[in-house]
Ligand binder design. Structure first.
Ligand SMILES: Cc1cc2nc3c(=O)[nH]c(=O)nc-3n(C[C@H](O)[C@H](O)[C@H](O)COP(=O)(O)O)c2cc1C
Length: 401
């Protein structure tokens, strides 16, 4: 009897402990075409893999017997004090995985006292998101549209909604070739077809929202663009959001339009980082769009050291791409970033369990960053520097040749 009691414990195990847990449950909750839209990268997905490899190749060098009884994760990003150095990156179309979409993400970010960057392509409008989470620290991500009028009105709306920083994404002069989306016929809004009806029908919660909920489209563009065309997401974005003729002079123009903190996202080269500094950006956001744009570029963490060295403390450095664990955030700091962000982790957490899922994901991230600092022997996140790591095979060199 005693053994039986030992065998069957009534204590429930937490459902989610890792990124892999969120991803696995998300896969069960949404149809494959939706899962692939989030999970996939461009072309051969070489950069998608490189993002993880870049973090994996960095190893720590701990200093034992330091006093780590008090761990401090607080970080100041662009003048904003937040409770931890991990932020939620802009990613569009969140309602494609859960009815609450970006509203849930903003509420979870507010609870954790960290920043959520709203995407231009969010399903809820930035006003709806700001109203749903009045205490949230929000940023707004912008693409430079063909129409200057549209850009000006989005900037004005972001200002009025209380967004504290503007993030200009520069790595989309064309939309990357997302091969999984093409194979699956992923469109905006998603369409149930004979080829995927069996796949969708089992996802009861997703399907009932899909059938009865509001149309999944770009909330910020209501009244501006015809978002309910059944064109593919890529084609739609390419036609409406992207101006392939943009050059660095537009950043000067944008700098004049926005007097708050300005971040430039998608930087992978020293050249571009220096353009950002020269033209008055407040932060360089090193990113390859999670491997969704140009394939065969450096993993984001590998691009950091050269950029950090060239920028030389003049502006802050942010990074995303493959950040999955607390230790990645600490590695990013050791490589010179102020803080790190990610996209897929919150997207899958939202798909798996709505707002509670995103809250849990942030809790896990916070605990993991703290534990990593304890084990590393550095009690304050802000004290982590290059001495905390040793690159195994100097992946930084790869892209410099
Ligand atoms: C589903 C999805 C949608 C995205 N949409 C946008 C977007 O609208 N604007 C943008 O600048 N980046 C977008 N991104 C890129 C993210 O901001 C971020 O760079 C990327 O997710 C980081 O890689 P990670 O997913 O490995 O963390 C998107 C990413 C995903 C996964």
């Amino acid at each position: 009897m005693g053994n039986l009691r030992m065998l069957f414990s009534s204590t429930k195990l937490p459902k989610f402990n890792t990124y892999a847990d969120f991803r696995r449950i998300a896969r069960r909750r949404v149809p494959s075409m939706v899962f692939d839209f989030v999970d996939g990268g461009a072309d051969g997905e070489l950069t998608l893999a490189a993002n993880r490899r870049a973090f994996e190749q960095v190893v720590f060098e701990p200093r034992w017997m330091s006093d780590v009884s008090k761990i401090d994760l607080t970080t100041t990003v662009l003048g904003e004090k937040i409770s931890m150095p991990y932020l939620l990156a802009p990613a569009g179309l969140a309602s494609v995985v859960h009815k609450d979409g970006e509203l849930a993400v903003a509420r979870a970010a507010a609870k954790a006292n960290t920043i959520f960057c709203i995407s231009t392509g969010s399903t809820y409008s930035l006003e709806e998101i700001a109203a749903a989470a009045p205490t949230a620290k929000l940023w707004f991500q912008l693409y430079l549209w063909k129409s200057e009028e549209v850009v000006t009105s989005l900037i004005q709306r972001a200002k009025e909604a209380g967004c504290r920083a503007l993030v200009l994404t520069i790595d989309v002069p064309a939309v990357g070739k997302r091969e999984r989306d093409l194979t699956n016929g992923m469109s905006l809004p998603p369409r149930i077809r004979p080829s995927n009806i069996l796949d969708a029908i089992w996802r009861v919660r997703w399907l009932s929202h899909f059938i009865t909920g509001s149309e999944i489209t770009f909330g910020n563009l209501r009244g501006i663009a015809a978002g309910d065309d059944a064109s593919t997401v890529g084609e739609y974005t390419s036609r409406e959001l992207v101006d392939p003729s943009v050059t660095w002079e537009r950043l000067d123009w944008l700098r004049r339009q926005w007097d708050g903190p300005l971040v430039v996202k998608g930087v992978l080269s020293v050249h571009d980082a220096l353009e950002c500094v020269r033209r008055g950006a407040d932060a360089v956001y090193v990113s390859n769009h999670g491997g969704r744009q140009l394939d065969s570029v450096l993993g984001a963490a590998s691009a950091l050291p050269a950029i950090v060295e060239a920028v030389n403390g003049r502006v802050e450095i942010l990074v995303d791409g493959g950040v999955r664990r607390g230790e990645d955030v600490v590695k990013a700091r050791a490589l010179g970033a102020t803080a790190a962000l990610s996209g897929r982790p919150w997207f899958f957490a939202l798909a798996a369990d709505g707002q509670i899922g995103v809250e849990r994901m942030l809790e896990i991230m916070r605990a993991d960053i703290g534990r990593t600092l304890s084990l590393l022997g550095v009690p304050r996140f802000s004290d982590v520097d290059r001495s905390a790591i040793r690159p195994v095979s100097e992946p930084i060199q790869d892209g410099q040749k």
